[in-house]
Design a binder for this molecule. Sequence first.
Ligand code: NAD
Length: 331
Amino acid sequence: MEVAIFSSTPYERQYLEEANKAENHMLKYVDVSLDTSTVELAAGHGAVCVFVNDKADAEVLEALHKGGTRLVALRCTGFNNVDIEAAARLGIKVVRVVNYSPNSVAEHAVALLLAINRKVHRAYNRTRDSNFSLDGLIGFDLCGKTVAVVGTGKIGCVFARIMIGFGCRVIGYDPFPSPQFEALGVRYAAPGEIGEKADIISLHCPLTPQTHHIINSQTLQRAKPGALLVNTSRGGLVDTEAVIEALKSGRLGGLAIDVYEQEASLFFRDLSSEIITDDIFQRLVSFPNVIVTGHQAYLTREALTTICETTLRSVTAFEANQPLENEVKVG
Ligand code: NAD
């Protein structure tokens, strides 16, 4: 099948080519993201393969449909960037990659937490400049601290397990409690208790209308002073301007993020010679107690292999009119 792969990067191509040895599709790599201005590049391709910042809204889906596309294959878990109802209306199937190494994202969340707490980013810069002063580098022991896991699905459970290994007290919040989380010997807590008790809050829920800005000025006002916030899930979970105010007042002790609400105009490209016009982002990175990585939490060899194999297997199943294991359906 002809597959147009949007937002493709050289490092992914290697994994896609390897996975395609078993599937034999015709892959066309497009290095721009999908939106109304680029959708015509998909014309004549039965399937498009998209990533987190490609935009498949109703308008784009209609254009895809006109061009003959009948399958949108997300090579990620979250599908907030695809209008699922519009796709269903047009008869376009949508598949995603449900279960690729939750360890990759959970371990990156831990890396961010350790770095922001122990100021590794600042120490790295100092020692490269022969500055061995320790002023301002005091962190705290994670052992004995309370960690709130918001979203206790696959990634949240792995993150919780690692935090238990550090000797942390783990509490969770999820409207759909999972036995796997409770089997770790930890418990669920109400949002109020999370605000009151959590020294660390780590977000692992999907971005939906219900979770949009789940971290906002009200929730931040209730946060324990000095709490650390880690977000490896989706930028839209956090009201960035409210977080900036909480960092300025010291209510929030640190922020470590792999995702940012307006990341589509920044991430996955080299802008080091350009002027960044996003003033909110620039304010964010000016804080000494903020670390940003550019949506790389999933970026391990194991995860890339599984993502590419699963995606192309879904295309094969679609072409053969077989049931789609990873289909995203309305509702
Ligand atoms: P999952 O579906 O296994 O778990 C998500 C959990 O969030 C579920 O238990 C669900 O009940 C819960 N949830 C839903 N609404 C909630 C709410 N209002 N409050 C709290 N919890 C809620 O998904 P997963 O595989 O663990 O992935 C979680 C998220 O991580 C994805 O949706 C995606 O946005 C993000 N992600 C990020 C990267 C990255 O590279 N940064 C990679 C993969 C996934």
